[in-house]
Design a protein. Structure first.
Ligand SMILES: Nc1ncnc2c1ncn2[C@@H]1O[C@H](COP(=O)(O)OP(=O)(O)OP(=O)(O)O)[C@@H](O)[C@H]1O
Ligand SMILES: [Mg+2]
Lengths: 287, 277
């Protein structure tokens, strides 16, 4: 069954054409990405200065100042979100991976997936009704809760996947040594999956640190340092939004700077997560 | 103690019923009595009664799928960890039923250790930490105790000289045979009374296989060993008694030399002469 020369030629031409088309598609997909990155860097870099990281926003009309409080606010919000997202997400993921094959597991998985798909502004409204209205004020706590609710299903599903990837033989090895099930799960299974879970957590943090909508009516905003968690807090994303829609050139400049800082943060988290993840794969291969 | 005494006398009655010499019952470290094991509807072990003598190596042979591994995993309560799996019958460890309602399976597994077909070290732990794992995960943290146990176990597993300078490293670069001895050391560290070995050498080259067999012979002084194997030469070389299983049933159980030279059952003869499946 050797193909005729004509058929072989045809096949080679089709092959070439398809490779070319795929390559063009990749380029097309990269153009918007590269231009967004390039534009943000170009615009942001000129506005970025030491004051941006160290000073508070100036009152309307004055130029200069920075977003130090918003940077601290974003970090606080991420910390608060992690207080909810990490324990619930990781333990829930371990439950799903180890015991979640029954009906309850199915429901939890379904709920997590639905929650993952809920528009973030809806999460904001939910927390607004649940925390902001009864407390009668916007607060960092409410903002952290909204982000934590978004983070939980992300962490939970990644943890589940990674726990499932741990070979059953390791679990058996520990159980056969007379190690109780609970200790086996936490100190052998979860420990083996740790690097992957850390990767998943970083990606989840990267994801929530770019959220604006759920913060608009939970954490709100603040022109000053926020000293208590039950007070409104600034955040990079909300500050960026407010500055971008304001009619002042200096604020626009600072909004670009905020965009650059935010983007760098997300990029660093993503790249670190990738590097950590790759190390895990090569460690697996060599063992 | 009263319960265990009744169980023990029941074992004696069993023995009498099956015309097993009394001293053999007394010397059995672990004894399966009318074990039936199921995976859902699959009836994998069918009414097996079998005693494993103290400080002896008992081999279990039989064609693939005959229930050797399942029987083994009934002896340390690992079988019930498979979803849908179930065990009926009794297993007497030192005369006490490990399936009695008040017995903690975790405690049983500390007394009945297990080595698997493929070496399964914990990949996140060093050579030292793997061997120490059984104690550490059960709350022993005294460094001196752990040092002693790790050295003793690795020596017992004939691995100490090969790894004593790299204890803190990952064992990923150890050979297959070394990894298996490493896992044996890990099992020995919790000082089990019985060691179950499920085809411990089937993934190894002949030289490493011989090492494991030698090791089993030396471990016999302190332990009761149950060795599942596909390899009849191996059973003949290392074991004191051999049990032949077929389709979940125990066909014949006798001293190894007798079983291989003068099998009583036609099916045993067919199997050991290679006339079957
Ligand atoms: N996890 C399981 N779920 C369902 N059935 C199983 C499971 N494990 C084993 N079985 C069935 O139980 C029977 C006995 O299996 P077992 O693993 O004990 O055999 P074996 O003698 O150890 O075989 P091998 O020599 O191939 O290891 C087989 O019929 C097998 O198909
Ligand atoms: Mg088997």
């Amino acid at each position: 069954m050797t193909p005729t020369p004509r058929a072989a030629l045809r096949r080679r031409l089709v092959d070439r054409a398809m490779t070319g088309l795929s390559f063009a598609a990749v380029l097309l997909a990269l153009v918007p990405l590269a231009s967004v990155l390039g534009y943000v860097v170009a615009q942001g870099i000129t506005a970025l200065n030491w004051a941006f990281f160290t000073q508070l926003p100036r009152p309307v009309g004055e130029t200069g100042g920075g977003m130090a409080n918003a940077i601290a606010g974003t970090l606080t919000l991420i910390g608060l979100a992690s207080c909810i997202g990490l324990p619930v997400g990781i333990l829930g993921g371990v439950y799903l991976g180890e015991l979640g094959n029954g009906r309850l597991g199915g429901w939890i998985r379904f709920t997590a997936d639905v929650l993952n798909g809920v528009p973030s502004i809806v999460v904001g409204i939910f927390v607004y009704t649940l925390l902001v209205v009864p407390m009668k004020r916007f607060s960092a706590l409410a903002g952290g809760a909204a982000l934590g609710i978004m983070m939980t299903p992300l962490v939970m599903r990644t943890t589940e996947e990674l726990v499932r990837l741990v070979p059953a033989t390791l679990r058996e090895a520990a159980l056969a040594l007379g190690v109780p099930w609970r200790v086996t799960t936490l100190r052998v299974v979860l420990r083996t999956a740790t690097v992957g879970v850390v990767t998943g957590v970083m990606l989840a943090v990267a994801r929530i640190s770019g959220e604006t909508a759920p913060l608009l009516f939970t954490a709100f905003n603040n022109q000053y340092w926020q000293s208590r968690l039950d007070q409104p807090t600034a955040s990079l994303t909300v500050q960026l939004y407010n500055y971008a829609i304001a009619p002042y050139d200096d604020w626009h400049r600072q909004a670009w700077a905020a965009a650059l800082v935010l983007m760098t943060m997300v990029l660093v988290l993503n790249i670190t997560a990738r590097l950590v993840g790759r190390r895990q794969v090569s460690a697996r291969r060599s063992s | 103690m009263e319960i265990s005494n009744t169980l023990f006398s029941r074992a004696l009655i069993d023995a009498a019923a099956r015309a097993i010499p009394l001293e053999q019952v007394v010397a059995d470290q672990i004894r399966a009595v009318q074990i039936n094991a199921y995976y859902g509807r699959t009836h994998a072990v069918r009414g097996v009664s079998l005693g494993f003598a103290a400080n002896r190596i008992t081999a279990v042979i039989g064609p693939s799928g005959c229930g050797k591994s399942t029987l083994l995993r009934c002896l340390n309560r690992m079988h019930e960890l498979v979803p849908g799996a179930r065990v009926e019958g009794r297993v007497l460890l030192d005369g006490e039923d490990i399936y009695a309602p008040d017995v903690d399976p975790v405690a049983v597994r500390r007394r009945v250790g297990m080595v698997f077909q493929r070496a399964n070290p914990f990949p996140t732990m060093s050579i030292y930490d793997n061997v120490a794992a059984g104690l550490r995960l059960n709350g022993v943290h005294d460094r001196r105790v752990l040092d002693d146990v790790v050295e003793r176990s690795l020596r017992q597993a004939a691995l100490w000289d090969e790894v004593k300078d790299v204890l803190g490293r990952s064992g990923a670069s150890l050979s297959g045979g070394q990894q298996q001895r490493w896992c044996i050391a890990r099992a020995l560290a919790v000082q089990p009374e019985v060691l179950l070995m499920d085809e411990p050498a089937s993934a190894l080259d002949p030289a490493s296989t011989l090492k494991i067999e030698e090791l089993a012979r030396t471990l016999r002084d302190n332990l009761t060993i149950v060795l599942v194997t596909h390899n009849m030469q191996q059973a003949a070389r290392v074991s004191d008694s051999t049990a032949f299983m077929l389709s979940g049933e125990l066909v014949e159980f006798r001293p190894t030399t007798e079983l291989f030279t003068r099998p009583k059952d036609q099916r045993t003869e067919d199997y050991i002469t290679g006339r079957f499946g």
